[in-house]
Design a protein around this ligand. Sequence first.
Ligand code: NI
Length: 177
Amino acid sequence: MPKHHPKHYYLNDTVYFITAHIYKRRRYLDADDKKQLLFEIFQQTFSRFNYRLYAWVILEDHYHIQFKTRIGDDFIKAIQQIHNDCLHRLNQSENRRRRKIFYNFWDYCIRSKMEFYSYFNFIHYNPVKHGYVSDMAAYPFSSYADWRQKKGELWLASCMRDFPISEFSIPQDENFD
Ligand code: NI
């Protein structure tokens, strides 16, 4: 047995939230087609590992996602695959071979319904928080529109009301210059 092998560090069938920033907070995802590319990479990778993506938002210099694992041991592989695919596809299309993009992430294991919806709302509200739009429904690069189509505007509004994010913040999401 290898020593200190973190075999079950990430759990099976468990919801996680992660935040990843671009190296030095550079705004490499500054165009719609680049954000769309990252979203497609999320979909491809999570479907490959049979992970379920619940909520996502892509900003110019970072992203937040909430998803459920199938095999916890695939967690690191999945995130690395997202970051590597993004690196290769974006750098290739812009002919920037040595550029670093995502290099790190923070994860949080969701343990209750309250936490689930707090992070869910946090993700959808994020484009407003970062000053991209004044109405979260107007931001095209988040799962808000999918949920609105699936469950309706009233359901989303009741989520927001029942699990308010006014008191909620995560240190990795603050802007610093
Ligand atoms: Ni953010």
